[in-house]
Design a protein around this ligand. Structure first.
Ligand code: WQD
Length: 323
């Protein structure tokens, strides 16, 4: 049976598609290509369609004999979601309801959902566990929380079986440098640091050095995109063995500061990273890192790569794209 991957032409989706195909799993990608990059599909079976078109979802599920969906398709810029919220409510939330309606019409009742640690907002305690308070700080994060609830309720009303995965800070690139993050459409730290290190931009702005952290800069749980891909395979296997519906944190359980990231990039690249300290970004928590033990207990999964692996793979990827 085939796995339908929505948003499979995106950053984490393309890494997951490549891994699934390397494991001889039958995959078909559905992506609108509004933000995805068709080159990242590496020849995977592909249907250009929008998740908001439930009839297209049903048709694709039937034609490809789909039995499970991995749902990555969503817009993911926190800042953009605050200036253009309607696009996020429509694409992320309405899109998810239409995706599930289309799946059910084709009797597809298993889904792995790409959620985010952003649903926790500013954590009240650390490490963050799955039962930590859900306090989104922006519309994007709120859409992820609502998408989780939509999927959970389809479990109650229609027997949809699901795993929701809350990623912490996804970063890095494929180990062989073939896939990576598109720095032209992201505001995330890692690609922006690479841009500064490679001279493709001005100095990276360190958004605050007056946080209550060891070096004053923000601390995050950076998780390698290849570790995220293996977690999705483990989640699919969990559903295939009739595992219970569950929400899981995907992180390393370890936090790294902005300055630690800069130093890691300098060590890997041999280049000084031009940077300037500026004021904090509104809404940024000081420290965020996961308690990822439930994913280990449930899926038998844990992250195997650390900051150096992330930086080395990202540098190889961005240097190849920029050179
Ligand atoms: C990381 C750290 C910044 C940029 C966001 C989304 C979240 C999730 C992951 C999808 C922070 C600092 C950043 C810069 C900096 N995305 N920083 N200079 O904000 O933790 O989370 O991406 O699910 O939803 O909110 O990630 O990469 O923006 O920031 O100093 O130019 O780097 O203050 O401490 P964040 P980020």
């Amino acid at each position: 049976m085939t796995i339908l991957v929505t948003g499979g032409a995106g950053y984490i989706g393309s890494h997951t598609v490549r891994l699934l195909r390397s494991l001889d799993r039958d995959v078909v990608v559905m992506d609108s290509l509004v933000r995805g990059n068709v080159a990242s599909l590496l020849g995977a079976p592909f249907e250009q369609a929008d998740i908001c078109d439930s009839e297209a979802v049903t048709d694709i599920c039937r034609r490809h004999k789909v039995d499970t969906v991995v749902h990555f398709a969503a817009y993911k810029s926190a800042g953009e979601s605050m200036t253009n919220p309607g696009v996020y409510w429509h694409n992320n939330v309405f899109g998810t309801t239409q995706l599930v309606e289309g799946m059910l019409a084709a009797n597809v009742k298993k889904i792995v959902f790409s959620s985010s640690a952003a649903v926790y907002g500013n954590p009240v305690s650390l490490p963050i566990t799955e039962d930590s308070p859900i306090t989104p700080e922006n519309v994007y994060a709120e859409t992820k929380a609502v998408m989780e609830r939509v999927i959970s309720w389809y479990g109650v009303t229609h027997g949809l079986r699901w795993v929701s995965l809350r990623y912490f800070n996804a970063a890095g690139a494929s180990d062989d440098g073939v896939l990576g993050e598109d720095w032209s459409i992201t505001t995330n730290l890692m690609p922006l640091v690479m841009k500064a290190a490679l001279g493709a931009s001005g100095p990276i702005q360190v958004l605050g050095n007056d946080y209550p952290t060891p070096d004053g800069t923000g601390v995050r749980d950076y998780i390698h995109v290849e570790d995220l891909a293996t977690a999705h395979v483990a989640a699919l296997d969990h559903l295939d063995r009739d595992g219970a519906n569950i929400t899981l944190n995907l992180g390393t359980g370890h936090g790294c500061s902005v300055l630690e990231v800069l130093r890691a990039v300098e060590a890997v690249s041999g280049k000084a990273v031009p940077h300037e300290i500026v004021s904090r970004r509104a809404g940024d928590p000081a420290i965020v890192y996961a308690d990822a033990s439930l994913a280990e207990r449930t899926l038998g999964w844990k992250a195997t790569r650390g900051l150096t692996d992330i930086v080395s793979s990202a540098y190889t990827w961005h240097r190849s794209q920029f050179a």
